[in-house]
Design a protein around this ligand. Sequence first.
Ligand code: NDP
Length: 443
Amino acid sequence: MLEEIYAHVLRRNPGEREFHQAVREVLESLPVVLERRPELCDGSLLDRLCEPERQVIFRVPWTDDAGRVHVNRGFRVEFNSALGPYKGGLRFHPTVNLDIVKFLAFEQTFKNALTGMPIGGGKGGSDFDPKGRSDAEVMRFCQSFMTELQRHIGEHTDVPAGDTGVGAREIGYLFGQYRRITNRFEAGVLTGKGVGWGGSHARPEATGYGLVVFTAEMLRARDLELDGMRVVVSGSGNVAIHAAEKAAASGATVVACSDSGGCVVDEDGLDLDLLKQVKLKDRARLSAYAEQRGGAAEYREGGRVWDVACDVALPCATQNELDEDAAKTLVGNGVRVVAEGANMPTTPDAVRALRAADVLFAPGKAANAGGVATSALEMQQNASRTLWTFEKTEDRLTEIMKHIHHTCHDTAERYGRPGDYVAGANIAGFELVGESMQAQGVI
Ligand code: NDP
């Protein structure tokens, strides 16, 4: 039956490879559930689970600083609201298309369920590239994007946040335009806001910090600890930098990171203040980090962090960035843990190679859920018109990540797959969403 459902997904969504990959990965975890809980696996429920509730595609015209008009495409996929309002980020990157947004929204549905918080799954974005654009151009784009998106969102309906290419600057412009059009200060409509106007402390840090908490829990389950280990992260954006920061604070040495141009290797440990300056403030290339670090760091044009020997590898850049060859190189160099900060960065072949070598592997839908969990904490603060301290917010984040680890670990054991966090995350997420869908009838 699962094969039939997958074949139907292929027919209905032709050419959408990433979406197919994400669906297949979840369905492959379900045969054991099918045996034990047949009531959850009836065809209608699985068919509905693989079909978004709503998909919106729209035109986004905007004018650049030279007065030229550009036309981009905007997307919002509202995948599943059985557990709460749709929740998931917006991505601005030239590679964004319906396939990418749909796979991200599907993943988000299970991830959000795992947090234990009342949020459904959605995702959105545009093929707009903010790189090299002035602040004024980014603002005009965001205003045009929100002029259409505002029809579809709301604090009880759909609550977007940031993702690749959408940080504090973009959320600010998007929120401003929403407020202007609706004439409402509806703080809970977007998360990732600035702390002075409805944002939460620790939201920028949350995905990366949460990833490291999850990684430390996996190690602890095997009587190991992060302290003293060598870590590599791919990417050098929001998730990667905060993962590196938390890993360093936990006693690890983070020896390499990358961007779309290449990687830096810094054997003494990355200088995180410099990295933040170069990548988050100056929005410059990673090569500038190596130049400013003097002789301490080596820049490898086109290089991959997977070639650098490490105990822990944290892919934090983009989907399908860690392939089978990279996985085999990591295994050959003695890696013990691979935990996904990005969404679906590891190809299915790479996951198989890592698992065959008994490397601990954490899927993004569990390991990077700290970002959306803290977004849900931001919604809680907005609803009660309060602002928690950084410490209180981080403590809640830590508790939630430990809870997610516990859920995945125990579910995998309960279904006879000890140590298989992919199965644990998929099954636990599926049970939570599936039970709610079933209770709410055929809709
Ligand atoms: P950012 O835009 O802040 O950073 C992305 C980083 O990845 C940049 O360093 C970018 O390099 C690099 N990168 C992008 N594409 C490639 C590529 N093809 N090859 C090598 N490097 C690449 O995004 P985020 O850190 O927010 O997001 C990263 C990942 O984490 C995404 O998969 C996202 O969906 C996921 N995620 C993000 C969450 C969040 O809270 N932000 C929450 C959960 C998951 P360059 O600077 O050259 O562009």
